[in-house]
Every structure is written in structure tokens, then in C-alpha cells.
Design a protein around this ligand. Sequence first.
Ligand code: SAM
Length: 246
Amino acid sequence: VSFGARDVDENEKAGLVRGVFDGVAPAYDVMNDLMSLGVHRAWKSVLLDRLNPQPGQRLLDVAGGTGDVARGFLARAAERPARGRPSASATICDINHAMMVAGRDKDGRAVPDRVCADAEALPFEDAAFDAYTVAFGIRNVTHRDRALSEARRVLKPGGRFVCLEFSRPVTASFEALYAAYSDAFIPRLGRWVADDEDSYRYLVESIRRFPPQDAFALEVEDAGFARVKVENLTGGVAALHMGWRI
Ligand code: SAM
């Protein structure tokens, strides 16, 4: 794994990823809006559309950071008629405490539970959740296969897996434009807004190293998920990978 100019091993990567998010936590939400020109909100909204949250459901949002997905899940489930069902619940699990603290009580709405843990070793019982989400988190995990197998383990049979992640633009010309934007704009933005160019360089690099749509879909299938589907967002800049635990 290369981290900036250096090569590092897997164990070191986990520590460095933690350091990156310690550094970016206070400015994370602002940077997210600036870097994606606000589009990450639309992508998260599509994720929630596909999930179709309902009262009574339990969500685990892994690498949940400041909690956009978990909060959106609770808000949408609360809009649905209860029909005797209890309220939905949501748990944010993140390896980085600073990220979860940065998102605390962000908008005064229902607050999800927070658990500080690694996606590769979840401190939850088997079959505890109806839905598992991971948004812009799986590419930071050291062993994706372990995280995916944990996702399957904590889901109930019939449970839903939805992953939102940066992916590959589907046309060559768009890919070239996007590469130029990533190299020229994002590290500079990191320097100006968060005074942290290296962390944002790491983000660009981690996006490039992440497997393209089809290859990641195979990893999700290999983890035992059924009916795996991919949906490209904004021409493949991001993608949803969805599957069912049967
Ligand atoms: N899901 C949030 C969102 O979409 O706004 C946050 C995404 S942020 C880019 C990535 C998050 O992954 C960070 O909060 C980081 O601490 C977390 N993370 C990185 N490696 C992790 C791991 N192995 N297990 C759990 N969380 C991890």
C-alpha cells in the first residue's frame, strides 16, 4: 500500500487510516460538500430510496462517521405509518471516535446509537440487523473480505446489504475529466479548508485503488450475498452495490 510517497504494510495502513480521519473529522462535513459539490447528499438519498426504511427495522451503518445515513434512515422510517410496529433503530459503527463525535446531535433529530469498532470485527451478535449500510467506508478497510463476511454474519436472513462507494466513471472522457479534478482540486481544497493536503491526497489515491464496479460486485457475491446488483451514480463516479442475505 502506498501512502503519499511511502510504501506501508497492512498493519500500518489501519493506523494511518485512523490518523487520516482524526485529522479530517472536524472539517469532514464541510469538505464532503465542497469536494463533491454537494452531490454526496443526493447519492445518500438514492441509497435511502433503495433501502426503503420502515418502522421496526434495525440498521447498522458501518464506517458511519458523522451519521448522515443513519439519521436519514431514522427520519425516513419515522415518516412511514407505524401500523403497530415499534420505531426503527440505527447504530453507527466507526473505528474513529472523533468522526462520530463530530456528528453528534448534528441536526437535533433522532440520534442513532454509536459504537466504536472495526468493520472487520463487529461487536454484534449474529443476525442482529435488518439492514447493513456502508457509505464511503469500505475502501478504507484493510481486509474487505473480512468486513463483507462480518456484514453477512450480523444480518438476519432476508436482510439487506447496501454499499455506497466511489467507483469508476463509465466513459473514458468523463474519467479523464474526473482524474484531472481529483489531482488538481481535491488536495488543494484539503490544504485550504482543512489545512491537511496529505489526507486528501490519500482519499484520492484510495478511490483509485478501489476495484471497479464488476470486480467489487464479485467480492460481494463471494461473501455470500444473493441477487447482487450495481447501480451507477453520476456516470459511475460513485456506485451502489446491493445484495440480500438469504
Ligand atoms: N459514512 C460516512 C459518510 O458517508 O459520510 C463517513 C465516511 S468517511 C469517508 C469514512 C469513515 O470510515 C471514517 O469515519 C473512518 O473513521 C471510517 N473507517 C475507516 N476504516 C474503518 C474500519 N476498519 N472500520 C470502521 N470504520 C472505519
